[in-house]
Ligand binder design. Structure first.
Ligand code: GUN
Length: 290
């Protein structure tokens, strides 16, 4: 192995500390703590774990946490009512509706009623559109965390070739937008891309968000490439990414591990987005250095 392993866990811990340090100044100016509401529908075990750790991290950062766990059979109208009441609740700066929702609920319809100013997931079309046209926006947590790791590793990303594998609304598309904002030359590859290995080999930066275990191999990479693995797949009880770590680490210059790479960044950026949303809602300038 020649690649440096990018320690997302350590970076995320430092980001969480910086957020926590900025909370008292907000509280003294606004007269209240920043608040994050997390909504879970149903009892998917993985989602329960995520929601619990989001709540714990929110409290650990000194923020107010509001958890709403609804039964699997909850109707869409009831969920929409809850989101609307959270929109009106002045203690709530961020609203996160945990995905996936049960099949009888249209997630687009629910996300569409979240106040864009409280949309700390950055999933509302208003925030997606703002990001696309280069206006200030709340940006999806996982891709923003990837950009932070890339800039920490590489400094200025200007002019670099970036290949994003995956085109989801949650990761691939916002990732490509953020890389364009950093002046990268961006290719978005996906399941219909022809000769994917040749496309991936163009990348000085490769972001893997395809949702297929260990799909990207070391001999697909440009030597020295920086590889960000967003994948979380379970094979025989073991967590693996979308990149075949062993072979990739022999070719890449730097690579994120799974677990311990991108994963811990998502919650840290969620707290950062909540703090940012709180400042904007209170009419305060955005906190610096976050
Ligand atoms: N489910 C898995 N990841 C996420 C996320 O980042 N936000 C939401 N709302 N649900 C998720």
């Amino acid at each position: 192995m020649s690649a440096a392993v990018i320690d997302g866990k350590a970076f995320a811990e430092r980001l969480r500390e910086r957020v926590a340090e900025a909370v008292p100044a907000f509280a003294s100016r606004a007269g209240r703590k920043p608040g994050l509401a997390v909504v879970l529908v149903g009892d998917d075990p993985a989602s329960r774990v995520y929601v619990r750790s989001k709540g714990k991290a929110t409290l650990a950062a000194g923020m107010a946490s509001f958890e709403h766990c609804l039964a699997e059979a909850t109707g869409q109208a009831e969920l929409v009512d809850l989101v609307q009441s959270l929109n009106r609740d002045d203690r709530v700066d961020g609203i996160l509706v945990q995905l996936p929702l049960p099949r009888h609920i249209d997630d687009k319809a629910v996300i569409g009623v979240i106040d864009p100013a409280k949309d700390v997931d950055g999933f509302h079309v208003e925030n997606a559109g703002r990001l696309a046209v280069g206006e200030e926006a709340l940006v999806p947590c996982t891709p923003l965390g990837c950009i932070m790791l890339l800039k920490d590793r590489l400094g200025d990303l200007s002019g670099l070739e970036a290949v994003v594998v995956g085109r989801s609304n949650i990761v691939g598309k916002p990732m490509a937008q953020l890389l364009i904002r950093e002046n990268c030359t961006v290719t978005t590859a996906h399941s219909r891309t022809r000769d994917l290995p040749a496309v991936v080999r163009r990348g000085d930066i490769v972001v893997a968000a395809a949702g297929r275990a260990e799909m990207i191999k070391g001999d697909w990479l440009k030597p020295g490439a920086t590889v960000i693995d967003v994948g979380i797949n379970r094979i025989a009880g073991k967590l693996v990414g979308d990149v075949d770590f062993e072979s990739a680490a022999a070719t890449a210059g730097a690579i994120t591990p799974v677990p311990g790479g991108v994963g811990p960044m998502t919650i840290a950026v969620l707290l950062r987005n909540t703090l940012t949303a709180a400042h904007a809602r209170a009419g305060l300038p955005a906190p610096e250095g976050l």
